[in-house]
Design a protein around this ligand. Structure first.
Ligand SMILES: [Zn+2]
Ligand SMILES: [Zn+2]
Length: 266
């Protein structure tokens, strides 16, 4: 079995993730150019015509700006909630999308792609109807969790028993506070419907850790308010404080912002 995830780009400047469960192949968000997606898939030897669909987390441009192009090019269905669809269509965010490719999904209702189960779950973020995704396949579980203002009990329950997780490590609080962003932006990032900071993400990671959690990819790093080494160190310190050793008990990778992150399998 080949059940894996590969971020093609991750960060405030554009997100796109490839997920594969044998023949079931999906893209989650395309906030980068169509060309970059095609190049990324080529780099991991995936034929774009074998992709079954594009899943949308929310309508911010760093997640959807390339969705329309790729859907048109490969005639791919796009999955989003009704509220997100309404916003994307009324503001013409995707360009023309064939009606048969406009698929409405519901939060907390699983989508089936063969034996792959995809569960969209509700998250806290300042878009109309944002979701994260849980993928389960043949007893294994991969979680995608970015663009999260906060993580409460309802959200964190989706992360338990994961074998792998792509988790948002967006910013360092101190860097936001002393940085040059205008006040309203600082307030947005640090608020309950903005993004998850390193410290909280590290806390979430140690909280959900169990011996079967093989890897965590630290993703959606801010360009201005984070440094890859800082995010890594934050995760490392929190894990070590709980006697969880990186390299032995869990693999930690910081997702690259503009480049491919290696394929992660479970
Ligand atoms: Zn967003
Ligand atoms: Zn985002």
């Amino acid at each position: 079995m080949d059940f894996c995830l590969c971020p093609i780009a991750s960060g405030s400047s554009g997100n796109c993730t490839y997920l594969q469960a044998d023949d079931e192949r999906l893209l989650i968000d395309i906030g980068i150019s169509g060309k970059k997606v095609t190049q990324g898939l080529e780099a991991i030897n995936v034929d774009p015509t074998t992709i079954k669909g594009i899943l949308i987390t929310h309508e911010h441009s760093d997640h959807i700006k390339g969705v329309g192009i790729i859907s048109r090019k490969y005639d791919l269905p796009i999955y989003a909630t009704a509220i997100t669809w309404e916003r994307m269509l009324s503001e013409n965010m995707l360009g023309k999308v064939a009606e048969h490719n406009q698929i409405i999904m519901e939060k907390d209702v699983p989508l089936m792609f063969g034996e792959l189960v995809v569960m969209p779950y509700s998250i806290y973020h300042d878009s109309v109807d944002p979701v994260g995704y849980v993928f389960t396949y043949k007893g294994k579980k991969i979680v995608l969790a970015t663009d999260m203002g906060k993580v409460d009990r309802r959200v964190v329950e989706h992360f338990y028993n994961a074998d792998g997780i792509l988790l948002e490590f967006n910013h360092d609080i101190n860097m936001v506070e002393v940085g040059g962003y205008p006040y309203y932006l600082k307030k947005r990032i640090l608020g309950d419907h903005g993004h998850l900071c390193n410290e909280l993400a590290a806390k979430v990671l140690t909280h959900i850790y169990h011996p079967n959690l093989q890897w965590a990819i630290l993703g959606h790093l801010s360009n201005e308010n984070n440094i890859p080494d800082l995010a890594y160190l934050c995760a490392k310190n929190a894990l070590e404080a709980k006697n969880i050793e990186i390299g032995k008990d869990i693999q930690i990778t910081v997702a690259k912002r503009h480049d491919m992150t290696p394929i992660h399998r479970v």
